[in-house]
Ligand binder design. Structure first.
Ligand SMILES: Cc1cc2nc3c(=O)[nH]c(=O)nc-3n(C[C@H](O)[C@H](O)[C@H](O)COP(=O)(O)OP(=O)(O)OC[C@H]3O[C@@H](n4cnc5c(N)ncnc54)[C@H](O)[C@@H]3O)c2cc1C
Length: 445
């Protein structure tokens, strides 16, 4: 690569997305001979697996997010751009990010996924999902406001509606949310109100499949269901949502009246497939080759939740953080190897197991043939999550918060924020139903 003045320039690797995949790639290319540009629409890297704890007032946003510039501050060859990418000019090899056009030699697309409503995008305003910090603080506001509104509500039907919480989707996020909301009512808020008894709040977890946590072994699914039921969660299996509106959900002929529905049922990949004119699967993920390159595009890698890559068993790899991180590390190594005139064997995912937590001291874990449930699994879950959090401060703060919650059952971040100028009766659901953008609700695009 040479500049106009004849001097050599470093090959330019542009990475879109500073999530698990993009950030791992950037860190692996740090202090190398490459010029790296990392673009993200947020100025922070987010540890999504703990978002549900922000939504249920156990942690603060800053505990699970770190500024991207801070993470790469010592990596002088990594440049960070805060911008929303809207396309890629394949002919000119440029990324289009708001007013910028950023030329690349090699492009890594790691833009993740977003909620999917299976063709019912109109449900988004009644049943927000959990993907960003804004989503989490918005959900926290809705959950806490529901209790506040119920405290002053004279109509018993409306009070019941306010104290019903429906979580749609029995994957790890739905299971974790359901356990945390149940504990919020049963423990943390139990003595805070005078007119209502928060312990009477109903938490209903709705799953269309015949069991929870379908990627896990059936015995683990059963253990998770039992643990949730012990926390008072009602688990409805084989129940697909037929309709959602501002006062409830319909499950076939059954109707649950509620003011709070949380969507944890499905994801669709970012629109990167459109930017690249590439083949995508049903979830919009870009079909990549064994080296994570877009077929016919030797300069464009797609990784993480945006990629449809096959495992050694021929099945698509799951949308989980370890896949994204391992893929980020792999493409960085492959880019370096190619520059040195070498190649690497195809990407191979090493699965170290899956974990999901239920309430403040139970979890389920599956690592190959080893299956764990209960407190030991929770300890493993806690250690793994603290280890993978980015930043020493975050690790210390989260560990202390968990210890405090464990001992006292309290959740000190139960702050209702984002209400400046809004009246107490401005429950987000009806407001969103009026056609306004609910505060903090993620853009659908
Ligand atoms: C609530 C929740 C809980 C989860 N729990 C677990 C768990 O317990 N264990 C587990 O392994 N996985 C879990 N996951 C899944 C895991 O978080 C994802 O698989 C992982 O984040 C994928 O990494 P990624 O790099 O592909 O995308 P992400 O980490 O989502 O990063 C994508 C990045 O791209 C940026 N971006 C997107 N579009 C644009 C654009 N147009 N312009 C600029 N920037 C853009 C985003 O801001 C983001 O920073 C969870 C996910 C969620 C939502």
């Amino acid at each position: 690569m040479s500049r106009r003045d004849g001097t050599a320039r470093s090959p330019h690797v542009v990475i879109i997305g500073a999530g698990f995949g993009g950030l791992t790639a950037a860190k692996a290319l740090a202090k190398s001979g490459f010029a790296v540009t990392l673009i993200d629409r947020h100025n922070y890297h987010l540890f999504q697996p703990l978002l549900y704890q922000v939504a249920t007032a156990a942690l603060s946003p800053a505990d699970i997010a770190s500024p991207i510039r801070g993470i790469v501050r010592r990596d002088r060859n990594v440049n960070v751009i805060l911008a929303n990418v809207s396309g890629v000019d394949l002919d000119r090899r440029e990324v289009i990010a708001e007013d910028h056009r950023i030329a690349y030699d090699t492009l890594i697309v790691a833009t993740g996924a977003q909620h999917a409503y299976f063709g019912h995008d109109d449900w988004a305003k009644y049943a927000p999902g959990l993907k960003t910090i804004d989503d989490a603080t918005y959900l926290r506001r809705r959950v806490l406001l529901a209790f506040e509104k119920a405290e002053t509500e004279a109509d018993p039907d409306e009070r019941r509606r306010l104290l019903n919480f429906v979580i749609v989707g029995g994957g790890p996020t739905g299971v974790e949310l359901a356990g945390a909301v149940a504990e919020l009512g049963k423990r943390a808020l139990a003595s805070d109100f005078r007119a209502i008894d928060p312990r009477q709040a109903r938490v209903i977890l709705v799953e269309a499949a015949a069991r929870l946590l379908t990627p896990f072994d059936p015995s683990i699914s059963e253990a998770a269901k039992r643990a949730l039921e012990q926390l008072g969660v009602e688990v409805r299996l084989g129940a697909g949502v037929a309709a959602a509106d501002c006062s409830g959900v319909s499950l076939g002929n059954d109707r649950i009246e509620t003011r709070t529905i949380v969507w944890a049922a499905g994801v669709v990949a970012s629109p990167a497939g459109r930017w690249l004119g590439a083949e995508t699967d049903r979830s919009g993920r870009v079909v990549v080759g064994p080296d994570l390159l877009v077929p016919g595009r030797p300069d464009i890698f797609v990784i993480g939740d945006t990629a449809h890559a096959l495992g050694t068993d021929g099945k698509p790899l799951p949308g989980v953080a370890p896949v994204a991180k391992q893929q980020g590390g792999y493409v960085a190594a492959l880019i370096k190897a190619r520059t040195a005139g070498r190649t690497l064997p195809p990407f191979r995912y090493r699965d170290f197991g899956s974990l999901a937590t239920i309430g403040r001291k139970r979890a389920v874990a599956q690592m190959g043939a080893l299956k764990l449930e209960g407190f030991l699994a929770w300890l493993l879950w806690s250690v793994a999550h603290i280890y993978f959090l980015i930043g020493f401060r975050n690790r210390i703060v989260v560990a202390m918060n968990w210890a405090w919650n464990y001992i006292t059952f309290q959740r000190w971040t139960r702050l209702i924020t984002g209400m400046s100028g809004a009246r107490m009766d401005a429950m987000p659901t009806p407001r969103a139903a009026d056609g306004q953008r609910a505060p903090g609700l993620r853009d659908a695009a």
